[in-house]
Design a protein around this ligand. Structure first.
Ligand code: ZN
Ligand code: ZN
Length: 126
């Protein structure tokens, strides 16, 4: 039985979107029997909202100015964390070669948040 692209209507925005044969195959593989209810854009934004609501903020002290700030990940002890203002400065300047910038910048994306949770493994969480 060959799968064919299907056109579905998103229940959130009402736009038509294509449920491709490839995606259908993926759904079958995963044992998902229902067609997706939302277009990829709405699915992505719902995922983001969920991730945001699950995101645990950690209160830290800025390594540069000493102000309290919160970051959406558990910082590692071997790595400085900055408040937003200082982070902006750091990003535009000197700290680039220390590899700090990439890490903190991409923590905004969901992927890294898990990675940064390793403080638990290190026994630094009470
Ligand atoms: Zn939509
Ligand atoms: Zn600061």
């Amino acid at each position: 039985m060959a799968l064919q692209d299907k056109t579905l209507v998103c229940r959130d925005c009402g736009e038509e979107f294509v449920f491709t044969a490839g995606e259908q195959g993926f759904y079958l593989e995963k044992g998902l029997l229902n067609d997706p209810q939302r277009c990829p854009a709405c699915r992505a934004s719902r995922r983001r909202e969920r991730a945001d609501s699950q995101r645990q903020m950690t209160t830290v002290v800025c390594a540069a100015c000493g102000a309290q700030t919160s970051v959406p990940f558990v910082p590692r002890l071997d790595r400085p964390v900055y408040c937003n203002a200082c982070f902006e400065k750091v990003r535009s300047g000197a700290a680039e070669d220390q590899g700090i910038v990439e890490d903190q910048g991409t923590a905004e994306d969901q992927g890294i948040v898990e990675d940064q949770g390793t403080a638990e493994d290190q026994g630094t969480v009470e």
